[in-house]
Design a binder for this molecule. Sequence first.
Ligand code: GN1
Ligand code: MG
Length: 580
Amino acid sequence: MKEEQLSLLLKSSSKFPPPLGVKLSYGTSGFRADASILRSTVFRVGILAALRSFQTKSVIGLMITASHNVVSDNGVKVADPSGGMLTQDWEPFADSLANAADPHHLLQLINEIIKKENIPLDGTRSAEILLGRDTRPSGESLLEAAKEGVSSILGANFFDIGVVTTPQLHWMVRQRNLGLKASEADYFEQLSTSFRCLMDLVPNKSGMANTSEKLILDGANGIGGEKLEMIKESLGLVIEVRNSGKGAGVLNEKVGADFVQKEKILPRSFGPNDVGFRSAEIFAVVWGFRGWIKFGGGGDRCASFDGDADRIVYFSVIQETGNKINLVDGDKILSLFALFIKEQISILQQGKDGKGGSEYHARIGVVQTAYANGASTDYLKRLGLEVMFTPTGVKYLHEQAAAYDIGIYFEANGHGTVLFSEKFLSWLEERNHELSSVSIGSEQQKAALRLVAVSKLINQAAGDALSGLLLVEAILQHMGWSVNKWSELYQDLPSRQLKVKVLDRKAVVTTNAETVAVEPPGIQEAINAEIAKYTQGRSFIRPSGTEDVVRVYAEAPTQEEADSLAKSVAHLVEGPEYLK
Ligand SMILES: CC(=O)N[C@H]1[C@@H](OP(=O)(O)O)O[C@H](CO)[C@@H](O)[C@@H]1O
Ligand SMILES: [Mg+2]
């Protein structure tokens, strides 16, 4: 390391002392903690991102967000050249930099990374880091720390893209590295063009009565609602955004996808006393259609984003039961996408009529985690699809999905996307070209065009609530389905999630895509004994990667049984026998 570089690093890092007595770890999605202790971490992640950019000779992203966590938290994560999550090989570097006790130790670690990874810091190259942040008030000062971190590596430059959704940042990194247009305007343009293309290809438009009703979005008082407001005019959809972040509501407080999915109740501003639902009900009564509201009528197609808009769930309101909802979670979004894509592929394949065109057997793969509702897995298998399981965290799902021609992955909480392989996309393009010369306007050509549009609409870098919402909307229009009709694809098995605070969550070690606890010894046998008390019960525990808790999941034929199974497994985790 040159003298100039050395003194620059020493000078800047002395301004960012690490918090005392805190050990940070780069978890399921980067570092997360109370925002007040994160300045040094973000500064050091800025350094890491610059090193990664030099090593890969590519643009790297740095996002400041704590997603669905409370507003006083914040976090930071790195986007790799592909736009995906930071490679797992580099996570230990992130951990060691974040926990270095003083500037000298930090410098030593940086030197080690430079040597190990052969990073050319010779002053002749430059590196570029895109910096994004969510709407948290702490974001501004953490952004300054990130800027200092990046700038403390000579030749590294940052580009502040402002307040964005997490998937926008991932998308922009990917676009930049592919040499494609990468501004926010380009992102909106790509989304609206491909969405309108899918809408133009909707068959038999008269059957669309239900889905052409208004969609109401819960923006979690975060960034997603704001971005949807910016693009909605160009979509031709009627959308009302609530919890947009502009009013008095607090980010993620009793709102947003995480709240709605976990609590299965209405978010704030969606209750019977809030504008919209009551008037819809009065309207329905006047026309003698009270049941119409419950079964997919006016005003009850709702969706919820999380705070940084990488998760989405849908729901409809069950009017008779106060704040209860009919939840349509990530598993059902996945099922809808899988159904539609499979249908288009088979139309395309029926077109193999000997009139030229190359054969191609597209391999479709579906990726889920242990949190996927068992009924969804059964449904997907009934569709004849290959279903794989990975540990929790999109970095694992994404990697697995990328192994297919079309890889569809979703966590039950609504985080996911559809990945198309380069090979499949070039075949599709070729097929489309052939079809336009032999059978223009045919069903086969429409199917090819739809698949091309889906690959452009759905974010290829990361799960994206905005693009996910538009794909759901387009498919519902295509099918002529209401949310309730969609929800009837299969009946969710009742489930319950609990979290238990323990002294050391890392004492729980799991295997088999987190379905079996191998440590502490004996706990899995005890869990099995609880499960055996139910016919068709399922339960597992795992340490959270984002919160200081052990999570408990249980599924059973009735809600009461799921609740009591979850409770008894939580008791095992809380009790002194295994974890204290
Ligand atoms: C049960 C659950 O919803 N877990 C979430 C949560 O991770 P945990 O490791 O469970 O805390 O946050 C992750 C990041 O958003 C998300 O990928 C994951 O699905
Ligand atoms: Mg999120």
